[in-house]
Design a protein around this ligand. Structure first.
Ligand code: NAI
Length: 389
């Protein structure tokens, strides 16, 4: 990991207060390289709870805001105003919050899915392009060194033309109706107005979709989907199977599930080429399995000397010391910081600031969810052919 040579960027945060999940992961990631300093926030939908949380983080009370609108208005006027904001709120709030900060010229680091609707995603991505303001989207798993290694191997032709992709993201935490038992995270995720049209497919299928495209470099052309809701009374899918057709003829299968017992965080990608295949599993993220045509399977390990530059710059500790989720998230933050500095300095970003997930990736994720739900709702699915016997 290269040392951070630039000064820390002033960071604000929306959401992520007491009891919230992903906000704390963002704070740890943002701190890890000293690339950001958290100085302001509107940390909670409830202003009092937000102020109490800000105090616990030693945020200047004058920079703990009742809401994001007040935060934009005040921060944009300050000489030492925030240079980036992390949006760690439920999906339906991403669009108005991101729009407000981008219009104020403040860089945005936004959670996935980018927005709750395709219309919002299209408008936001257009705004980012027109304004030139940076927007990164936290597709966490593209922060792992061995995912970058996989991407580099595919790009260098080491597995030949890609024939097939198999990607799955099964979780188990929503196997019962916890949304009606006071689980705040499950409550908004099962409410179409707050979450968007895709349940498991929007929440975690988007990660799987991004990972498959990131590593293979392939563009999806079409899909057909089957969505299921296994928990009684749930309004959105909690299990999805999607068949994918990529440009160049590659085929893919994507499975996402929130009800797969025994699967804690089982994101797994396999890419099959004409010369070799690659396999990566997020619960063993320091290893990448490479199986060439001659049958001699190799386990490539994070930290090895002969890995790509992209993997090396995202490696923090020597081989054998496990690195994981927090380091992957920190790699995204390091990349965002480098990109923002490079943009300010009018230069190209160094390796850590390349291949980072942007607003366009976020838009593609929302378009994917929309197509999946459209497909599942269509009456004339070709694969619904009945079996004679
Ligand atoms: P959560 O329910 O745990 O936390 C949401 C927080 O946002 C709460 O503190 C709430 O008070 C606050 N909030 C809501 N509206 C607000 C507003 N208008 N202004 C200020 N604060 C507001 O949600 P969780 O699980 O942390 O998810 C948040 C986002 O992160 C979602 O978009 C989700 O998809 C994404 N996520 C991404 C992950 C990743 O791996 N990249 C993992 C988990 C979540």
């Amino acid at each position: 990991m290269s040392n951070q040579m630039n000064r820390p960027l002033r960071l604000g945060m929306v959401g992520g207060g007491t009891g919230a999940y992903i906000g704390n992961i963002h704070r740890i990631a943002a701190r890890q390289d000293g690339a950001f300093q958290l100085v302001a926030g509107a940390f909670d939908a409830n202003p009092q709870a937000g102020h109490a949380f800000a105090a616990s983080q030693q945020i200047d009370p004058a920079r703990s805001y009742d809401n994001y609108q007040a935060m934009v208005a005040a921060e944009v006027e300050r000489e030492d105003g925030i240079e980036a904001v992390a949006i760690c709120t439920p999906n339906f709030t991403h669009y108005p919050i991101a729009k407000a900060f981008i219009e104020a010229g403040i860089a945005v680091i936004c959670e996935k899915p980018l927005t709750a609707t395709l219309e919002e995603a299209l408008a936001l991505e257009q705004l980012v392009r027109d304004s030139g303001v940076f927007m990164g989207v936290t597709y966490t798993y593209s922060g792992y060194p061995m995912v970058h290694e996989a991407r580099a191997l595919v790009a260098a032709g080491k597995i030949g033309k890609v024939r097939a992709l198999q990607v799955e993201y099964p979780l188990e935490w929503m196997a019962t109706a916890i949304e009606s038992e006071g689980n705040a995270q499950a409550a908004w995720r099962t409410d179409p107005k707050k979450n968007g049209r895709g349940g498991s497919i929007g929440d975690i299928g988007t990660h799987a979709y991004h990972l498959a495209g990131f590593v293979s470099g392939l563009k999806l052309q079409s899909l057909t989907a089957d969505l299921a809701t296994f928990v009684n009374g749930r309004q959105l899918d909690d299990h999805a199977h999607v068949m994918l057709r990529y440009e160049g003829g590659a085929r893919g299968l994507l499975w996402s599930s929130q009800v797969a017992l025994g699967c804690s965080n089982g994101l797994r990608l396999r890419v099959f080429g004409e010369l070799a295949s690659l396999s990566w599993f997020q619960e063993q993220p320091n290893e990448l399995i490479y199986s060439p045509l001659n049958g001699r399977t190799e386990i490539l390990k994070r930290g090895a000397e002969d890995l790509s530059e992209a993997a090396k710059v995202r490696t923090r500790t020597p081989p054998g010391h496990p690195e994981g989720y927090l380091e992957a998230f920190a790699n995204l933050y390091a990349g965002f910081a480098e990109f923002i500095h490079a943009q300010k300095q009018g230069r190209a970003p160094s390796a850590i600031g390349q291949h980072i997930p942007t607003a366009y990736d976020g838009l593609k994720g929302v378009a994917f969810v929309d197509a999946v739900v459209d497909s599942a709702e269509a009456k004339d699915q070709p694969w619904l052919t009945p079996i004679a016997v």
